[in-house]
Design a protein around this ligand. Structure first.
Ligand code: FMN
Length: 361
């Protein structure tokens, strides 16, 4: 039996103690109330069903409304949102899990119809491509550049969102600095054309991280990067040098973990020597990342924990399935996003059941 898998070994070091190395990657599911940004009442069940993950990172959550990317993305700015997240963390903890909230500002990858105003970014540069709005895909729009003062206020908004997350019972927050959204846009050559102090590419992501660390403590802060990932029309010419610099600062701050999205596997050997702490690796190369590649990364010491995204949608008891060799469900893409409840909490565990299993029709 494959029980000796390195994925099933506990991780104990630094501030986090995890029962296995199978993390749930952050995944937007679009089920929150689109007007209020309050998570759906079933969101607590959805995450509790997945509480056997070594660590859950929630879907991206906006700290301020301009950071919202697609319909049904939740926020963590209002009292009502915080109260709903408290139900989620209570349910996950009752089921034995650990959960970090992902703080996500989408930057230019949004649309005025979603946020009620022009989109915002480091510079007024439109992304090639399309964005998803209510009713389907549409063309991107040109964002406006945030002023220095606005960016300073947004640093505070991130810190407030982190405090709200801790108030809501989260074990920590993950700052979303990957995949072409606001913080990543500061790192890229084609999206950061600023002339103020933020022209120094790592400066803004670093100021946000420092403020979040000051608000909730470094041992409750993770950061997600995707070096060299061209998603959402980003160009990073010399990413190894840039990320070395950024990781030097994160090392100084002593963050709880670094989450690395590898659209190219070469990213991991490049990053690992510059990050001494817990490294959560996530392969993002087309089809859902699988077990063999994950085990290879762990055995090579290139990551300490592996995050799985899509496999966690259809297999809420993923670690136990890895342990027992139970078959894995692949989920139809159509069910990933959307306000419909089909595909949300209706994938049963086939192994142990540690939570109630009421499922709505
Ligand atoms: C439906 C869906 C939603 C996603 N939403 C987010 C998100 O909110 N934040 C984020 O950092 N990544 C997000 N991602 C990327 C995943 O975290 C992950 O990097 C990607 O799915 C690759 O891992 P996998 O092959 O295990 O699915 C999302 C991916 C999917 C499929």
């Amino acid at each position: 039996m494959p029980t000796e898998s390195p994925l099933l070994r506990p991780y104990r070091d630094g501030s986090l103690s995890l029962p296995n190395r199978v993390a749930m990657a952050p995944m937007t599911r679009g089920r929150a109330d689109d007007d209020t940004g309050v998570p759906h009442p079933l969101t607590s069940l959805y995450y509790a069903q997945r509480a056997s993950a070594g660590l859950i990172v929630t879907e991206g959550i906006w700290p301020v409304r301009t950071g919202k990317s697609t319909p049904g993305v939740p926020g963590i700015a209002t009292a009502e949102q915080v109260a709903a997240w408290r139900e989620v963390t209570t349910a996950v903890h009752a089921a034995g899990g650990r959960v970090f909230a992902q703080l996500w500002h989408a930057g230019r990858v949004s649309h005025p119809s979603l946020i009620g105003e022009q989109t915002v970014a480091p510079s007024a540069v439109r992304a090639e491509g399309r964005v998803y709005v209510k009713g389907g895909w549409t063309g991107t729009t040109t964002p406006r550049a945030l002023s220095t003062a606005e960016l300073e206020r947004l640093v505070e908004d991130f810190a407030t969102a982190a405090r709200n997350a801790i108030d809501a019972g989260f074990d920590g927050v993950e700052i979303h600095g990957a995949n072409g959204y606001l913080l990543h846009e500061f790192l890229a050559d084609n999206t950061n054309l600023r002339t103020d102090r933020y022209r120094e590419k790592i400066r803004y992501p670093l100021e946000v991280t420092e403020a979040v660390v000051a608000a909730v403590g470094a041992d409750r802060v993770g950061y997600r990067i995707s070096p060299g990932n061209p998603e959402n029309d980003l160009v990073e010419k010399d990413w190894p040098a840039l990320y070395r610099e950024l990781l030097g600062e994160f090392t100084r701050l002593g963050l709880a973990y670094l989450h690395v999205v590898g659209t190219d596997e070469k990213v991991f050997p490049e990053v690992r020597p510059h990050w001494p702490g817990l490294l959560v690796g996530n392969l993002h190369q087309g089809p859902p990342s699988g077990r063999e590649d994950a085990e290879r990364l762990l055995e090579a010491g290139l990551a300490d924990v592996i995050a799985f995204g899509r496999l966690f949608i259809g297999n809420p008891d993923l670690p136990a399935r890895f342990a027992t060799g139970a078959p894995l469900v692949q989920v139809d893409k159509q069910l990933h996003y959307g306000s419909a409840l089909k595909g949300y909490v209706d994938f049963p565990a086939v192994t142990t059941t540690r939570w109630p299993s009421p499922v709505p029709a």
